[in-house]
Ligand binder design. Sequence first.
Ligand code: NDP
Length: 318
Amino acid sequence: MKYRYLGNSGLKVTELIYGNWLTHGSQVENDAATACVRAALDNGITTFDTADVYANTVAEEVLGEALKGERRESLELLTKVYWPVGPKGANDVGLSRKHIMEGINGSLRRLQTDYVDVYQAHRFDVETPLEETMVAFADVVRQGKALYIGVSEWRAEHILEAARYARELRIPLVSNQPQYNMLWRVIEAEVVPASREAGLSQIVFSPVAQGVLTGKYLPGKGAPEGSRATDTKGGQQMISRWMNDDLLAAVQGLKPIADEMDLTLAQLAVAWVLQNDNVAAAIIGASRPEQVVENVRASGVELPADLLARIDEVLDGF
Ligand code: NDP
């Protein structure tokens, strides 16, 4: 497993990060969750991503429990704040000083740790002055509760403005966490150039488009039992935007390209996001350990330019 630097900082993360949205505390029983974390560790992943809002705080608890006993210095833990968890009081949402300060304390308790490596703003807050947010993040860093700061799905102009505050406050703002995969390339136009300018990396989510790019969903066929597309606790709704036959047929068209590289479709999809040099890591989800074992093989794979062009041709129009 290779490591890459986050932004201009000295912090290294594994090229593949294991994340637990929709799985831990929801679709997946705790034993399977622990098995996935174990598979990640056994295959060289040391960086883990979660959020307070995943399974309404339970995902953080499950991850904290699964990582118990691991040497803290050998792990990079990432979590997030923004959305309400538990009772929805007036101040339980957003990036106010109050919500950030309360958010970090809750996350540390559930993760059973004294600090997270990267504390991320899960979304931009249009209602709170950015200066208030950044000063609160600076205080979290100075208190030693987070070592670095990140954002998630922020627009280019917000990233640039936040980076100006971060420089003034002398805190390391190192990453943006957007969706990025062969089927969803929005960040390439503005977010990536702005992040390069500001010294941030992308750590990208849904690299296999929640399972769609693994090719396991076939056009005209029902979804395989136990897959996200059959998960009535939330997954089915989240993946539904990708579940149309034309798109699923196009994904099957990638199979010969993957075969040529001796990769599975999932590995091809993960390797594809890692070709972008502003991407520090792909955050993979998994409902079973075999998926982790399969997907980690994408680390270090280089895809030649002509092959990337052929992928674009196959997916043209999607
Ligand atoms: P992926 O695109 O990696 O999808 C993961 C899902 O795809 C798995 O749970 C599994 O679902 C299926 N899958 C993965 N690999 C394989 C395989 N080899 N064969 C068959 N099926 C496979 O990412 P996610 O959408 O899960 O997101 C990953 C992480 O990114 C999250 O856990 C979270 O940490 C982060 N994230 C961040 C967001 C943000 O707003 N910042 C938003 C969303 C995610 P199944 O077996 O159930 O079909």
